[in-house]
Design a protein. Sequence first.
Length: 131
Amino acid sequence: MPDISCNAIIVSCIDFRIQEHINAWADTYLGEYNFDRMLYAGGAKDFYHVMEQIELSHDLHHIKKVVLVNHEDCGAYGDEGTEEKIKADLIKAEEKIEALEQGVDVETYYLKLDGTFEEVSRTSPRFVKKD
Ligand SMILES: [Zn+2]
């Protein structure tokens, strides 16, 4: 089998309002035609549903990076879809992927409907663990 590889997989919501923003961002930061894409309502909200696809992407295309994009006003969250909750789910998913030790980098973003990508980091003060 030929060695087919790409840089990354992007996991994001199916919402039509964000696709153009993600396409433009990904072409710029990941390289055109250099990433797998998975669309799932809520993005990283239901981590276990997306993990299987991430593992396939890793096994088939030897990705180096997982990019998780959750977005503002996500209908899949319903009433619980606060910015804080949506970001917390990104952090949880990042921790779970890193725990698998597959050697992939994980980047997480909160995408606003105006196209602004806000990087969500576990090391932001709100999430620093207290000793
Ligand atoms: Zn959504």
